[in-house]
Design a protein around this ligand. Structure first.
Ligand SMILES: C[S@@+](CC[C@H](N)C(=O)[O-])C[C@H]1O[C@@H](n2cnc3c(N)ncnc32)[C@H](O)[C@@H]1O
Length: 322
């Protein structure tokens, strides 16, 4: 019933805008009152234990693969881990000394289900049991090598004002939810050790705000005077596109690569690769798609190139110089 009403609302562009404005306002009030629980980041509820293990392994495997490192080491911060800390366990297994798990919200979770996933991860990774030592899998506070941080002071934008000396700062499907991603990027860079890595997989789609009922770039039509009021209190996608990241990166002491993970009108790009390395026919198809819809985009996207508008996701791989 509730999802039927939501689908009806979504099918009308302006009704959807009003709905998102209203619910974002409610989220702001809830946060002010200290209610930070959300279903954003409740990822593993819909997975079987095997699917969860595969997901965690894929997340950590992608970080290693695209960074070109065999193992994690030193101090790691994972931003927006959501309901499950399996990636943190694998960082520890690789050889990390400390893991901070940093989240503005508390993703609702079933701890018994998470414990079953942790048990399966231990079974699948020889030596993980010994690395973890004596822990209660239902109580993450007993995991002596990591700490979860929640709330406003644990937003990616603020956390690194008071925490530093990281060898890796990583995230998956999180940057698009930040209310100020370029500020977060600057602060993360300052918090990295020389030679440290930023590894962030960023999904630039609308996460179902309008797509489904409308074309996939419909969210870029919402005027900029409204869009932040629909999204920034609730962690909905911020629609900060690749051009803004590129601009911010140019000012930072980072050796950075942007590997494209998805093109609008085309789909996933596997393996992820730099824009110029993507086959011509895929780039051309995506550009044609962008050109067919960009006329109605909000004025703030007028000067963004077709190429940048076509990028629907990318993996930032950056290393701090010096
Ligand atoms: C889509 S979930 C991704 C969860 C997990 N990384 C994964 O791949 O399954 C987005 C996560 O980002 C967190 N988040 C949203 N805004 C944030 C902020 N400003 N700072 C830190 N975390 C944030 C949410 O609470 C949530 O845990």
């Amino acid at each position: 019933m509730v999802s039927e009403i939501r689908n009806r609302i979504k099918s009308s562009y302006w009704l959807a805008v009003l709905y998102y404005l209203f619910t974002d306002l409610i989220s702001r009030f809830r946060i002010r009152l200290g209610h930070i629980d959300t279903t954003s980041g409740t990822v593993h509820d819909s997975f079987s234990v095997q699917e969860s293990v595969a997901y965690v392994e894929e997340v950590v495997g992608d970080y290693r693969r695209y960074a070109g490192v065999e193992r994690f080491y030193g101090r790691v911060a994972e931003i927006g881990p959501g309901d499950n800390c399996g990636a943190g366990m694998l960082f520890r297994h690789d050889g990390c000394t400390w893991v901070d798990l940093v989240d503005r919200f508390y993703s609702r979770r079933n701890m018994a289900a998470q414990a079953a996933i942790y048990g399966a991860l231990i079974a699948a990774h020889e030596g993980l049991d010994a690395t973890l030592g004596s822990v209660d899998l239902k109580d993450e506070e007993t995991f002596g090598f990591m700490k979860r941080h929640y709330g406003d002071s644990a937003s990616a934008e603020k956390f690194f004002l008071t925490h530093s000396d990281y060898d890796f700062i990583v995230s998956r499907a999180v940057f698009e939810h930040l209310y100020d991603p370029t500020l977060a990027l600057r602060r993360m860079t300052a918090a990295l050790n020389p030679g440290g890595y930023l590894l962030h997989k960023i999904d630039l789609r609308d996460h179902g705000l309008f797509s489904g009922s409308h074309h996939e770039l419909k969210f870029l039509e919402v005027p900029q005077c409204l869009y932040p009021w629909m999204t920034s209190g609730s962690g909905r996608p911020n629609r900060v596109l690749i051009d803004s990241y590129r601009g911010a990166l140019q000012t930072l002491p980072l050796d950075a690569k942007l590997l494209i993970t998805r093109l609008a009108g085309v789909g996933d790009i596997e393996p992820h690769q730099e824009y110029d390395a993507i086959p011509d026919h895929q780039r051309a198809k995506s550009i044609r798609y962008v050109q067919s819809v960009r006329d109605r985009f909000a004025t703030c996207f007028r000067d963004v190139s077709d190429e940048d508008l076509s990028v629907a996701g990318f993996f930032l791989v950056a290393r701090k110089m010096g």
